[in-house]
Design a protein around this ligand. Sequence first.
Ligand SMILES: [Fe+2]
Ligand SMILES: [Fe+2]
Length: 281
Amino acid sequence: MKTIAQISDLHFGRTDPEIVTALLDDLRAEQPHFIVVSGDLTQTAKPAEFEAAHLFLGKLPSPYLVIPGNHDVPPVNIVERFTRPFARYRRWIAQDLCPNHVEPGLAIAGVNTARRLRWKLNWALGSISKSQIARVEAFFRRFGDDVLKIVVTHHPFLPPPDTPQEDLAAHAAQAIPVFEACGVDLILSGHLHRAYTGDLGGQGRAIHRSILVAQASTATSTRVRGEPNAYNVIHYEGRRLGLGTRVWDGKTFVPHDTAWFEKSNGQWLPVTQAAKETPKV
Ligand SMILES: [Fe+2]
Ligand SMILES: [Fe+2]
């Protein structure tokens, strides 16, 4: 069984150094074969914060895919925000704002949902554009049903169960049916500093097929929202998938419950308690 780690909302500039060190130690011990970094690498997009994030990424024990978050766009230097919003990110982190990753059995599409400006006063909100939706669709059309297809965004596509009024990525409603049609299995996002999972399919929503969602807490920031620092772990093999978290307990990262799913006729169905014994991770 393979494991992907999703770390999100690192927020260098406002991290707990003990947790940063513990996170690297935990990733080295867990040995995920791939790591997804879903945005907000910095707190205020300062060069020193990007440099710290750059050094951190260089210590990751596995190959990784990284996308920006809203905090990675300079908030104070308005000229730079509007003319070169991702110049610092590109200098320190990665040139490609929407990277893809392909390996046998796995395809990942990274989508940059951070924006320099939105026609709402809250610039922290994100968006997915028509061209980004089309790019994701064209990318996943290349792969068959035997390939696990994951979209990574910073801004969420599913609100927390206890606060359904949270803002989602703008145009998520337009993206989701396209994701359904091109076979997306799972969306990994962050931004809210809340860890939860869900399914975009069913429950009266506009699509019929399952698209699983795993939202990540902040891995290393002191800016928590009522829950501890944590990161997500995604285990998969064939048609079986597990969504779990590793949670900071004040001393180390410890495993939390893993929800297991099995794919049948396009639906990711929760694995029953009896069948849960089968996976070996
Ligand atoms: Fe964040
Ligand atoms: Fe964010």
